[in-house]
Ligand binder design. Structure first.
Ligand SMILES: *C/C=C(C)/C=C/C=C(C)/C=C/C1=C(C)CCCC1(C)C
Length: 244
């Protein structure tokens, strides 16, 4: 009987970081169920996009399950699980852009450029948070450059040109997804600055009283579930407009 209780680490009622891990886990699970169950009501082209939305939230749900547990047992940031989650889900978000823009002739080359930039962004961020913490500002800067390159590609570059070419619902959805990258993804560098503030020029970020993981958890909820819902509504509007 005791073993059963040991499986659930104690959670304090004032542990608001733990609370956001718990709620994040539930929200990711619910979103996954929603995407997976709704998938079959769309035709093939959209089915893949909704499947990817579901995979993004599902992969996150599994990682949140472990992160929640890790936090509850150690009261430390689950940096490793966090970055494993991101390295899997962020490239999948690049895949979403590619799938949407395929109608306008998006190339594999564009897809790999986006994925490559996102991997650089995450690996350098990981270095700054772990092995080279003293140089966190430098690594964060390199990571930020990769981030802005992604913003450039989808806002002004090749991806934007394709979206304009596709027009209609695709262009609307693309513009919406761009907002997620521009505003939603900008949440993450804030979390990073809070978490690596010690001894950096932005040391004041360490005193603002918000925990890095809370910022990351809010970012994930907005970006993974919100992003998926934009794709979902594009599928809904495209399906109903082709029937009409
Ligand atoms: C589902 C997870 C997502 C969308 C994660 C996105 C993560 C980022 C956009 C992280 C960006 C970072 C910077 C731009 C600079 C500092 C280091 C990072 C990795 C936190």
């Amino acid at each position: 009987m005791n073993n059963l209780f040991l499986m659930v680490p104690k959670m304090e009622t004032n542990d608001y970081v733990g609370f956001t891990f718990f709620v994040g886990c539930m929200a990711m699970m619910a979103a996954s169920a929603f995407f997976f169950f709704s998938m079959n009501s769309f035709d093939r082209k959209w089915k893949t996009s909704i499947l990817v939305s579901g995979l993004i939230t599902f992969i996150a749900a599994v990682h949140y399950y472990y992160m929640r547990d890790y936090w509850a047992s150690h009261h430390e940031s689950p940096t490793f699980f966090r970055y494993v989650d991101w390295i899997l889900t962020v490239p999948l978000m690049c895949v979403e852009f590619y799938l949407i823009l395929k109608v306008a002739g998006a190339t594999k080359n564009l897809l790999w450029t986006l994925i490559g930039a996102s991997v650089v962004m995450l690996v350098t961020g990981y270095f700054g948070e772990t092995v080279y913490k003293e140089q966190a500002a430098l690594w964060g800067f390199i990571s930020g450059a990769a981030y802005f390159y992604i913003v450039y590609l989808i806002m002004f570059g090749e991806a934007k040109a394709l979206a304009v070419k596709a027009g209609g619902n695709v262009l609307n959805a693309h513009n919406m997804l761009v907002k997620f990258i521009l505003i939603g993804w900008a949440i993450y560098p804030l979390g990073y600055m809070i978490g690596t503030a010690d001894g950096q020029w932005y040391s004041f970020m360490g005193d603002i009283g918000v925990d890095m993981d809370v910022v990351y958890n809010i970012g994930d909820a907005i970006n993974k579930i919100g992003f998926g819902l934009v794709v979902y509504s594009l599928a809904v509007s495209s399906t109903s407009s082709s029937e009409a």
